[in-house]
Design a binder for this molecule. Structure first.
Ligand code: DGT
Ligand code: CA
Ligand code: CA
Ligand code: ZN
Length: 566
């Protein structure tokens, strides 16, 4: 699929037009790009059927551009714009805090075209001299360049797992066994490359199919036992074909992590075995290898779920028979954060309800922004009450799904909430989160969060550390103190399942679980399709050793209501 590629081209046009001071058009291009990214169908297919204009936000003009790009691999309009403004706009705007307007200023005053130019200028103290920039902005730019550079090599789990699954589907008819391995099987938040392991009686054919997939950009290596390709999204995939008798041990080996494997091998040696990708051996005799479970069992431990394999105590626990009963993906019955057209979401409440029912959810919380946030359409009291009416009528229409009426309010600098408590008390659930002033010192930030936690009306702290993976560092906060406050006040902390957030992360989840703090999973969906992200929230919960009872999305509706004091 070229959807991502096309979206990226449209985003670039939007940015370049914005630099030129063109009005309205940038917004239109961005909207179209967003919708194309979120599209389930292949854009090339739509183009070939002349159906591009059915995509929301794509009119005749943009459809023409997409067609031109798909047919010729380039776009005249974009080439012109690039000539007029010869800056690496995608790289520069990938730095948090730098938008097209700033790129324009930096280019016109300092001649900055690339990330390297930007870094040099910041180091030499030339940026602080610009009007409206200052030393602090310069410092932020330097820090954020480092974050942006680190990003190039790793991909977000939430966007890569569906891609990996499509590859599995393509290969499945031609193999006896096939599994994901590596970090993607462990559901790490970012993925370096995708590892796939298979057993097949006709490996040549499998490798032919693999290297000839439609979205392969480059074949990096092709052999009977191992092939590697780079997809047009930039990610690399390794496929290894192994013998059936070694599938389990190869899966164990290639799932990793390296640290887990090193510890496992030591244990094997201590017990007189040798463990490698070909099997578990005593002398020359293989005692296990076909199934992964046998390897763990033979070494005297429970089978360890891949999400735990980071050598963070899971081997000791498995030896003692004490592994947690991790919350299962199917046990999560609903979604506790999403946005609709009432604030900055793309779909109506009813459309979100329908999509959630489709996923089999038993409940959802509608949590549009409210208060004074600089987000388009944040609701005031009056609009919140109007929204309640719409939710009430939808409750009558759908009896197989419960709709919580909630909102996401802002935690201000001093820890207060920017909404009247009397209005909030009327709602089923109140999420509070930080959306401004991210750079406070640890002490002030910790007090800020704790004050919000102590606020009677707050039920959940959403995306508690505010990090955006590879884009914004987490806020500085004393997590132990925050968790203590949450526990003492019966406030739930969110695992935001949006691929860029995954916040709390696995390490913090583990702390929360140990301290008895309850967790909620919210996708933060801004369109229907995002509701599928809940799976990544469960993955984080599992990586943080959470059990069913730790995650309130596994509870019956009545129990959740009681928890929120309704
Ligand atoms: P990634 O791709 O950076 O997100 O992380 P992984 O964990 O998928 O790492 P990758 O793709 O380099 O290798 C896949 C697995 O293969 C890794 O998790 C463990 C195993 N492995 C690779 N190299 C070594 C090694 O040198 N020693 C050991 N013990 N295991 C290795
Ligand atoms: Ca990998
Ligand atoms: Ca690999
Ligand atoms: Zn938010």
């Amino acid at each position: 699929m070229k959807n991502k590629e096309v979206a990226s081209v449209l985003y670039e046009i939007a940015d370049l037009l914005e630099i030129q001071g063109v009005e309205f058009k940038p917004r239109a291009y961005r909207k179209a790009a967003q919708n194309i990214e979120g599209l389930g169908t292949d854009i090339e297919e739509l183009a070939s059927q002349n159906k591009l204009e059915q995509i929301p936000g794509v009119g005749k003009a943009i459809a023409g551009k997409i067609k031109e790009y798909l047919e010729s691999g380039s776009l005249r309009k974009l080439e012109e714009l690039r000539e007029q403004i010869p800056v690496d706009i995608r790289a520069l705007t990938s730095v948090e805090g730098i938008g097209p307007k700033m790129v324009k200023t930096l280019y016109e005053t300092l001649g900055i075209k690339t990330l390297d130019d930007l870094e040099r200028a910041a180091r030499e103290g030339r940026i602080r001299q610009l009007k409206g920039f200052g030393e602090k902005v310069e410092q932020n730019i330097l820090e954020n360049i480092a974050v942006a550079r680190g990003r190039q090599h790793r991909f977000l789990l939430g966007y890569i797992l569906p891609e990996a699954r499509r590859v599995l589907e393509i290969l499945k008819p031609h193999v006896e066994k096939i599994e994901l391995a590596g970090s993607i099987r462990r559901r790490k938040e970012t993925i370096g490359d995708i590892d796939i392991l298979a057993v097949s009686s006709h490996p040549e054919k499998v490798m032919d199919i693999f290297t000839n997939m439609k979205n392969v950009e480059k074949v990096l290596a092709k052999g009977i036992t191992k092939s590697s390709v780079r997809l047009d999204s930039g990610i690399q995939i390794d496929v290894r074909i192994v013998e059936k008798k070694s599938f389990g041990s190869a899966l164990q080996y290639f799932t990793g992590s390296k640290e887990h494997n090193v510890a496992m091998r030591k244990i094997a040696i201590k017990q007189g075995y040798k463990l490698n990708e070909y099997g578990l051996f005593r002398g020359d005799a293989a005692v296990a290898g076909v199934h992964e479970e046998e390897i763990y069992r033979t070494l005297g431990m429970q089978w360890i779920p891949p999400e735990l394999r980071e050598n963070r105590g899971e081997i000791e626990a498995a030896m003692a028979g004490n592994l947690p009963h991790l919350v299962a993906y199917e046990e999560v019955k609903g979604d506790l954060q999403m946005h609709t057209q009432w604030s900055d979401g793309a779909h109506t409440i009813e459309e979100m309800v329908e999509a959630a029912r489709h996923l089999g959810h038993r409940f959802i919380a509608i949590t549009d922004h409210s208060g004074n946030l600089p987000v388009a359409g944040a609701l005031d009291e009056k609009r919140l009450l109007e929204q309640a009416k719409e939710i009430n009528s939808l409750r009558e229409k759908y009896d197989d799904i419960h709709i919580f009426h909630g909102t996401e309010v802002n935690i201000l600098k001093d820890g207060s909430i920017d909404m009247d408590a009397r209005v909030l008390e009327e709602l089923d659930v109140v999420l509070a989160s930080i959306h401004s002033a991210f750079r406070m010192d640890e002490k002030s930030m910790t007090s800020r969060l704790i004050r919000a936690i102590e606020n009677e009306v707050v039920d959940i702290i959403a995306h508690p550390t505010c990090r955006i993976i590879q884009k914004r560092e987490p806020i500085k906060v004393d997590m132990t103190k925050v968790l203590e406050a949450a526990r003492d006040n019966g406030v739930v902390l969110e695992i935001n399942a949006y691929p860029e957030r995954l916040d709390l992360n696995d390490v913090h989840v583990r702390m929360a679980v140990e301290m008895g703090v309850k967790l909620s999973i919210g996708t933060d969906a801004h369109q229907r399709k995002h509701l599928q992200f809940y799976e990544y929230g469960v993955a984080v919960a599992r990586r943080g050793w959470a059990e069913k009872n730790d995650v309130i999305n596994t509870y019956p509706v009545e129990k959740i209501e009681r928890l929120f004091g309704k």
